[in-house]
Design a binder for this molecule. Sequence first.
Ligand code: FE
Length: 208
Amino acid sequence: MASIRQTVSVSPRIERLRDFVVTFGDLVESAASETDILREGSRLLKDLVGVDDWLPARYAESSVTGYQQYLLHCDSRERFSVVSFVWGPGQKSPIHDHTVWGIVGILRGAEFEQSYSRTSDGRFVEEGAPARLDRGEVTAVSPAIGDFHRVSNGLGDQSSVSIHVYGANIGAVRRSVYELDGTSKTFISGYSNTELPNLWDRSKAGNG
Ligand code: FE
């Protein structure tokens, strides 16, 4: 019995993620507008990333091949999805859009986010200096508030992990990456994982 208790005590507190997706589902169901989702959803995500004891290790593994995006949960009606992004040292995204709202919270490490606006002739210009987001901080994107950015690991010598919530099954959304001159390429990101964490086993101790 002692060994079982010990195993339970060091297991990731996955129920935090379950509680988050249940509450987020209620929010998506009841919110009157995207503004409400971004405001209240940012508060919920800030709580989730405020404690770093729940993400199973396999969804925080970096790869030398590039940043990883692990699906943690997708709403059955694909109204929202939750993804862990893992940035190895020096890794960064291209300039890209999302086409749906997204909320990003830093769980581990730090990230730089450079936002861009588009000129009338289609080029991209930096919107101010890159923002550094540290552990526990939350930011948002959407076509309504600014949808173009480039993200990079804020740490040069270790991985960083961020938790993203999007207003769709984001890995299935057709969207675009861009060059500064406005050249674009469409892509559908998919996910780095083929299996999801089990949020739903309520039989485990401390998991009810
Ligand atoms: Fe993004």
